[in-house]
Write a protein that binds this ligand. Structure first.
Ligand code: PA5
Length: 449
């Protein structure tokens, strides 16, 4: 059984039925291309049936490693960039208390992040903080050669060796990488670190249901079983539903492509809870890196309301009409509060007494949907009854599947990322890495002129 639902009540009037029908037909074909593995990038479709095929022995190994981390560490530093950390962070921040890291006395491992940028100040402060803490590291890199996590890991490993000795680091470093190749695999084998494998046929941004996501999520004390259960239920729903108008991923992909063809080239994903901020980052990476190629693709943006109604609200209501919104609507919060009566009513809020905070939020959601669609911004809604590991598993799988379908509808390969290499190659050339001499020469010539 799945919990996710999709609503087009504030979007339907913007698309003619005939256009939506055409897109639905195209989405059905794209879905078949995906499932028959006959499209571009078909060597990276291991994620499609991953939730239903993950071995219980793999889950046990992940939980055992998580327990080992919990038994001796106050902190786990997750070292990775892009698809190698965003999925785990999205789930951990969505489900854990936002104040957990501020309560050092409470039990449980706190998750910190490194290797997702090159800021020396951040890394220096992280190392200084960890100097007096018990910590472990989960270093994650599919290629095993990405510069940002490799640099962070070198710094953290040197601190670990100084604190715990060469033997001691063996049960404090957990590496997640390719089965056989890459510098990280080689180094892990040399040290004897426990190693988890990212399957060859699963790309970074589709890897949250592999050890890339599951080990940090489990170490944070969250249920990977429930996450996988949610993803599995969504996998069977989306793979089995052959009618595009009933298949929620096809419906979402059809609306996206209909809006894109009509010049609405930016999709703004909206959350009404700040704990979904990193979910939005994960979603942006998934769609941005999958669709943005061959000079095409919807630009994925994100906002958290009501905060951003006080910064981006004006633009969304009255700015350039080249965008549409997709609202992630969590219908029931995990905790709620009642607003009570105040005899003097000196804040003027007595008209709300007896109401729950969630009722106020619901009215903000509805009021904004009405206002933005009146302002000619189509608004799609993705609804979850509540935010749990299970519903988040559904939501993430839903987006992966929708992204594959939508990318094929656009005519691109949703599973490669050739454009990401360009900045890396220039950086390597500028840093004087071996093998990049001619590029370095060419760049330096260009900078002179
Ligand atoms: O989605 C992707 O493939 C990328 O975002 C990668 O996850 C990211 O570049 C990190 O790569 P790697 O895991 O090889 O270090």
């Amino acid at each position: 059984m799945t919990h996710l639902s999709f609503s087009d009540r504030f979007a339907k009037k913007f698309v003619a039925d005939s256009i939506l029908d055409q897109q639905l037909v195209a989405s059905g074909k794209a879905k078949e291309t995906l499932l028959s593995k006959s499209g571009k990038g078909n060597e990276y479709l291991g994620w499609v049936h991953l939730p239903s095929s993950i071995a219980s022995s793999e889950l046990t190994r992940i939980r055992d490693a998580a327990e080992a981390i919990q038994s001796h560490s106050q902190y786990l530093v997750v070292v990775g960039i892009g698809g190698s950390y965003l999925g785990a962070r999205a789930v951990i921040e969505a489900i854990s208390s936002p104040f957990q890291n501020l309560e050092p006395s409470k039990k449980g491992v706190r998750i910190l992040y490194a290797g997702h940028h090159l800021d020396s100040d951040y890394h220096a402060k992280l190392l200084a903080f960890l100097e007096t803490k018990d910590f472990s590291v989960n270093v994650i890199s599919k290629s095993g050669t990405t510069t940002e996590p490799a640099i962070a890991f070198r710094l953290l490993l040197s601190l670990l060796e100084r604190k715990y000795g060469k033997e001691g680091v063996k049960n404090r470093v957990f590496s997640t990488t390719d089965a056989s190749k890459g510098a990280l695999k080689k180094l892990s084998d040399e040290y004897g670190f426990p190693t988890f494998v990212i399957p060859d046929d699963v790309g970074g941004r589709y890897s949250v249901f592999t050890p890339v996501g599951l080990l940090p999520i489990s170490a944070a004390g969250l249920s990977v079983n429930k996450l996988i259960d949610g993803a599995k239920a969504m996998e069977s729903l989306l793979c089995a539903e052959s009618s595009p108008e009933k298949n929620l991923a096809c419906l979402y992909a059809s609306y996206r492509n209909a809006f894109y063809s009509a010049g609405k080239k930016t999709e703004v994903t909206v959350s009404y809870t700040p704990v979904l901020g990193y979910f939005i980052e994960w979603w942006k990476q998934l769609f941005g890196e999958s669709e943005g190629k061959e000079q095409k693709g919807i630009f994925p943006a994100g906002v958290v309301f009501t905060t951003d109604l006080h910064s981006m609200g004006q633009y969304l209501q009255e700015g350039e009409r080249n965008l549409f919104e997709t609202v992630i609507h969590i219908e029931t919060p995990r905790n709620d509060l009642y607003l009570t009566e105040k005899p003097e009513d000196n804040d003027g809020l007595n008209y709300l007494s007896g109401k729950k905070l969630s009722e106020v939020s619901e009215k903000a959601i509805l009021g904004t949907l009405i206002a933005h669609s009146d302002g000619n911004v189509p608004c799609l809604e993705i609804k979850l009854p509540e935010l749990t590991e299970e519903t988040l598993g559904e939501l993430m799988y839903f987006h992966q599947f929708s992204c594959g379908v939508s990318g094929y509808m656009l005519g691109v390969n949703p599973f490669d990322q050739p454009g990401v290499e360009d900045y890396k190659n220039n950086m390597f050339a500028l840093l004087g890495k071996k093998g990049y001499e001619s590029r370095q020469k060419e760049i330096l010539e260009r900078l002179k002129s």
